[in-house]
Design a protein around this ligand. Structure first.
Ligand code: AMP
Length: 429
């Protein structure tokens, strides 16, 4: 299918062409015509599917069609992180480059006065994180009473980050009559309840689940002793010439330490996490995007929504406690159909975490043992004896589409695991 068939204006088609997109992604094909009709949307789509353009393009089209002389906030996009806010704001500016709308991005950690000045000059589209948006609403520096479209992006991540109460407060500032678009990768009960109260006869769209997105990434596990992970990472970066590697660390401290150790070994590395100031985070991301930094070591929350075109490698230095975070992590590579590789350095003590991830994927991840780094403790391929949960917020998760699919597929998963789980030895020259 071509973008021309979706009913978007020539100005928007020109921007799409300038971005180099040849065909609409699945979420774009499904969502754009519905949003153009003015319908509410409940979309199961994660980052990497092209969901930002799926809402930004039709929103811009509708704004253009009902252009008004008086500038006022007509669109609000609520996102969980500052980085995502910047990226979504940039997308609106890019896609709307042939139009005359003004976009303002509001998040904390930077001067509120600069934001107030900009709002006073008039904006049409606001992209915001919940905390700073509430500051503006409480101080009455922003009015949303004439809002036409509200987008709640990455709703499940909002919930994980504890924003649900802020969202409910924000909703009270919005007019009842508006178009509502809700995007989420998963649908825990609280998100379902929020969707029920917010959306009006929504069109439901479910695109490539996170599981199938994960299948597009070449995934591999390198079994290794915990104490030798850093050495193995440095070895791979140097020997395999990995450039532009996003490395995930479970903790901020771990991210700092790893970045420092890699720097000592002559590898350009930087850390990216929530304890860094916004200026540091922005600089770290810019240096990484500009290829000045080779390795960015990030925590899950900070890296959420990072969009770097053609990011070829993602490394899990340690596995996440929540299996879905693995999907989010590896979604940083193979963006919008491009090729990417996700490598997990896994020590024997992470066996249960790996098992939970493979169960969610409904498929075992191939193991490759790197010569010279053979683990002294084998990574078990058996199901863990204790079935205790290590999830962060078990009560928040429902048996949503992804969950039930993984449990349905469990017996076939176990069959696949038994067939494929023997480790291969990777030969090095
Ligand atoms: P998102 O899921 O919105 O985070 O988008 C992921 C990436 O896909 C971004 O880098 C977009 O620029 C890119 N993208 C969005 N739509 C398309 C498309 N139709 N073709 C190619 N790339 C796209």
């Amino acid at each position: 299918m071509s973008f021309n068939k979706l009913g978007l204006s020539p100005a928007l088609l020109k921007s799409i062409q300038a971005k180099g997109y040849s065909n609409p992604s699945e979420i774009q094909q499904e969502a754009i015509p519905e949003i153009l009709k003015g319908k509410d949307i409940l979309a199961g789509a994660q980052t990497g599917t092209g969901k930002t353009a799926a809402f930004a393009l039709p929103i811009l089209h509708r704004l253009q069609n009902a252009e008004s002389k008086r500038r006022r906030v007509r669109v609000l996009v609520l996102v969980p992180t500052r980085e995502l806010a910047s990226q979504v704001g940039e997308s609106f500016r890019d896609y709307g480059s042939n139009l005359r709308f003004r976009t303002s991005v509001l998040y904390g950690g930077v001067s509120i006065n600069t934001q107030i000045d900009k709002i006073r000059k008039g904006v049409d589209i606001v992209v915001a994180t919940p905390g700073r948006l509430l500051d503006h609403l409480n101080q009455k520096t922003l009015k949303l009473s004439e809002l036409e479209t509200f987008v709640l992006d990455e709703a499940d991540r909002m919930l994980d980050m504890g924003f649900i109460r802020d969202i409910k407060k924000i909703l009270q500032y919005l007019p009842d009559k508006k178009q509502n678009l809700l995007f989420s990768a998963t649908f825990p009960n609280e998100i379902k309840a929020l969707a029920d109260s917010l959306l009006n006869a929504p069109k439901r769209i479910q695109v490539r689940s996170s599981n199938s997105t994960a299948e597009k990434v070449v995934q591999v596990v390198y079994p290794v002793d915990k104490s030798r992970k850093r050495e193995l990472l440095a070895h791979c970066i140097k020997e395999e010439g990995w450039f532009q590697v996003l490395v995930f660390s479970r903790t901020k401290h771990g991210a700092n330490k790893l970045a420092q150790q890699l720097s000592k070994e002559g590898i350009d590395a930087d850390a990216f996490h929530g304890n860094k100031s916004q200026a540091q985070r922005t600089r770290a991301l810019k240096d990484f995007k500009d290829s000045k930094t080779q390795v960015l070591v990030a925590t899950d929350i900070a890296a959420r929504g990072i969009d770097i075109n053609l990011l070829p490698q993602v490394v899990n230095f340690d596995l996440p406690y929540v299996p879905e975070d693995y999907i989010h992590r590896i979604g940083r590579t193979a963006r919008a159909g491009q090729e990417g590789k996700a490598i997990s350095l896994v020590s024997a003590d992470e066996h249960k975490l790996l098992f939970d991830i493979e169960k969610l994927l409904n498929s075992p991840i191939p193991r490759e043992t790197i010569e010279g780094f053979e683990p002294t403790q084998n990574l078990s391929t058996e199901a863990p004896k204790s079935r205790g949960s290590r999830r962060r917020k078990p009560s928040n998760r429902s048996k949503g589409p992804e969950r039930s699919r993984s449990s349905r597929g469990r017996s076939s998963f176990n069959k696949k695991r038994n067939k494929n789980s023997t480790s291969k030895s990777k030969r090095r020259p």
